[in-house]
Design a protein around this ligand. Structure first.
Ligand SMILES: Cc1ncc(COP(=O)(O)O)c(C=O)c1O
Length: 462
């Protein structure tokens, strides 16, 4: 309807119809997500070209824009919100998460300051407190929601950098790093690439860290740890992205503490092992670190984007992230005073809803179920004669089908066949199919169907 888009009266009158239309379309999409091929077909992806028409002089109006988005866009999505998507580390959105996100989109709150949104501020505080408790982190642990674990790593490491340099009498937040004492950074050999990226972003360099050797599962080898000079930041990992294994935090934290080093843990998904009695031992002593980066959009199954930067001493984060101006209220306890972003989505609303709806038992069950299903998949692969390359301790499975060429061709066939989706990786020189069970809706039947599909693809690939 030409001209409709800027006609406020008609737009207000049509709002309910438009939002109901969006809701109906989203529900129809969700109803089909378990049964469609996981990856979109070529035709659907090619069809996206039609979205690139010249910017119209007169707007199409919301109804028409939504129709085009659904008709052209929905078929070209990846069904990562469905039960048989095992790529990267990807949780599907729980119904409670999606529902809260829809309500919250209606509210359209800016969560930067509590004066802008009391509800966003309250949900954030409560949700972060619940998560710290759920993960067994020390009393007083708090932090900020950010876009994801990459940004959570950068946020925590900025606080670590500033705190360590403050001890040397250097105010990095105000003076920067030029002329500052050198900060020793320690990482494991299997550090996630985004932690290196975070180190680069905050000026500590992607490639200047001391690298500690790791074992066959990617865990830092805690024997023969080197001498390091202060000020130092030691970066550990809960949940290797390939194997799911976690560093031995006990001896590593003890070693770091003797050197007055800040200990940071990248626990994008693996930190959630602490939420279940079954897996808690895998991350024993993780609570003794100074900061933790994790995601809610992975294993907690919220919508994107939702990461969390946590520190045991909130003052350190506050000092690095503070923002003051005469028109702003004091920001010490505010989202914008604790995170790199100012304006931000009210991520805590959805996290609050997920935690309130699942409870402690529900989160533990989510972790346990994904772990059991990963084991079931690994058993199915082994029964079919394929090599599982990792100890399946959490939710990650690595499968080799022989040579690199054969493994790659099986993965391509699996992605093409569409029952499930798994990606490739290379683990200690061996090409592997990488599978991550992170979604709430995956069932045993989904795993069995996926095993059957992978077996059939492998039989056809020579
Ligand atoms: C260990 C680890 N750290 C960081 C990340 C990056 O997370 P995000 O994509 O949320 O930034 C991932 C992603 O898989 C990860 O597994």
């Amino acid at each position: 309807m030409p001209g409709f888009a800027l006609d406020v009266q008609s737009t207000l009158a049509g709002r309910a119809a438009l939002l109901r239309d969006a809701c109906e379309r989203a529900l129809a999409y969700l109803d089909g997500v378990a049964d469609r091929p996981v990856a979109p077909g070529e035709q659907a992806v090619d069809g996206l070209a039609e979205l690139g028409f010249p910017l119209p002089e007169r707007g199409l109006g919301g109804t028409q824009a939504l129709r085009l988005l659904d008709e052209l866009g929905s078929p070209a999505t990846v069904a990562s919100n469905g039960p048989r998507y095992f790529g990267f580390v990807t949780g599907g959105a729980l119904p409670a998460a999606q529902a809260a996100a829809w309500l919250s989109a209606g509210w359209d709150q800016n969560a930067a300051l509590s004066v802008m949104s009391p509800v966003a501020a309250r949900c954030r505080d409560v949700a972060i407190g619940w998560i710290a408790e759920l993960l067994g982190l020390p009393p007083g642990t708090s932090g900020a929601f950010v876009t994801g674990a990459t940004m959570a790593n950068a946020t925590c490491l900025a606080a670590a950098r500033d705190a360590m340099l403050t001890r040397c009498g250097w105010d990095a937040a105000s003076q920067g790093l030029i002329g500052a004492p050198a900060v020793t950074v320690v990482v494991g050999a299997e550090v996630h690439t985004t932690l290196r990226k975070a180190l680069g972003i905050i000026g500590l360099g992607r490639d200047r860290a001391v690298v500690l050797p790791a074992d066959s599962q990617g865990r830092i080898d805690a024997r023969d740890l080197p001498e390091i000079t202060a000020p130092a930041i030691v970066c550990l990992q809960a949940g290797n992205v390939n194997t799911g294994a976690s560093d031995p935090f006990g001896p590593l934290v003890e070693w770091a503490a003797k050197r007055q080093a800040w200990v940071h843990v990248d626990g994008a998904f693996g930190l959630w092992a602490a939420a279940s009695p079954t897996t808690r031992a895998q991350v024993a002593f993780v609570e003794q670190a100074d900061s933790w980066a994790t995601d809610c959009h992975k294993w907690l199954n919220t919508t994107y984007d939702c990461g969390l930067a946590l520190v045991s001493d909130l003052g350190t984060l506050r000092r690095s992230m503070e923002a003051t101006a005469s028109y702003l209220p004091g920001s010490e306890a505010e989202a914008m005073g604790l995170s790199p972003e100012s304006s931000q989505r009210a991520r805590g609303v959805e996290v609050w809803a997920v935690l309130a709806s699942l409870g402690r038992d529900g989160v533990a069950e989510l972790v346990d179920r994904c772990r059991r299903l990963a084991r079931r998949f690994a058993d199915g692969m082994q029964a079919a004669g394929f090599d599982v390359l990792n100890d399946v301790v959490l939710n990650q499975v690595l499968v080799s089908f022989g040579s690199q060429q054969r493994t790659d061709s099986v993965i391509a066939a699996v992605q093409d066949e569409g029952t499930c989706w798994c990606g490739p990786t290379t683990w200690h020189g061996h090409r592997a199919m990488r599978m991550s069970v992170s979604g709430w809706s995956t069932t045993e039947d989904d795993i069995d169907r996926s095993i059957a599909a992978v077996r059939a693809c492998a039989l056809q690939s020579t």
